[in-house]
Design a protein. Sequence first.
Length: 419
Amino acid sequence: MATTPAPPQAPPKPTWDPRRPQPAFPWLRPTIRIRLTLLYGGMFLIAGILLLSIIYLLAAQAISTGNQPLFKIVKFQELQVSSDNCPAINMASTASSVPLQDFNNAIAQCVDHQRQAALDNLLSRSLLALLGLAVIAFAFGYAMAGRVLSPLGRITRTARAVAGSDLSRRIELDGPDDELKELADTFDDMLERLQRAFTAQQRFVGNASHELRTPLAINRTLLEVHLSDPGAPVELQQLGKTLLATNERSEQLVEGLLLLARSDNQIVERKPVDLAEVASQAVDQVLSEAEAKGVTIRGARKPAVVQGNGVLLERIALNLVQNAVRYNVPEDGWVEVNTEIQHGQAVLYVANTGPVVPAYEIDNLFEPFRRLRTERTGSDKGVGLGLSIVRSVARAHGGHIAAQPREGGGLVMRVTLPV
């Protein structure tokens, strides 16, 4: 007789809770509000105790001064009275016949005068003590505020580093579990997710670009082999040339996507690169195309050494010069390429003649696959990634690019990089 198998047991429950544990007494959590309350409350309490102590000492001294005898009897028989603080008593005591009322009034006036002098002395010393305590309190408060707000400075510095495309930075704030630490931990979590997202995106673009290189290279080889056959029909050769040009554009697009994905990262390995040399190499590469189009290239290229990647910086100059040559006027066109140091920064300046560019179209030129008055690429001048790559590489080097329409047609491109 077969036995019935026992039903499977439920898996054991996890012994840990992925949620953040809650404190037993949340109102005892050392929040920044409680810490600031205790800090400033203690400061006021200490300042009040010091002020009361000083006022007490000053008042005791003033009362002791005010209790000094105003006069003393010199001769008891003749009742001669002498006073150092009240000359009126001396005058009254030396007079031949002074009414008792006048003598008492003189004594009362002297007592009032002495009391007022003691109060004035107390007030002046209290003001000086208050001024001294105010200076000490402001200095102590400034120091304490800097100590309390120092985590905010750390968060700000990390945010600035992240704004410079360094997503690997983290705050990692230590200390009490207060609002500032919670903000820092949340910021670190956000940076972690952003870094994963950007890394995944760049990895996808890079992998896709690499995977597309192989079939495009095979297609180019096959087309070149068929075009090398002298016995091929003319129609087939024309079709092969058209397909070869289309394949070349696809290869340029893949290379541009790969470079754009790579340039979005911050440059880790930096070496001294002279923008003048980079711009001269770019001009040499485009010189034959410029001569074929009747475009003159001019300009003064002064030394401007920056820290960066030479290949990517050369791509900046090459893309700008190529665009300036290709998008030019049919006759008597020119391109001006200058490099120099201005205000402690290296500047690459590329200007050209060409069609009139509306100011509202400038931002569209830096978007991928966008051109002037067209949403997608539609000519043989490029793949629409040139200026996008330039902006991405400039940002990766901590610089920026600015474009403005030139009066009479054409553009003025200005790339600024830190030295």
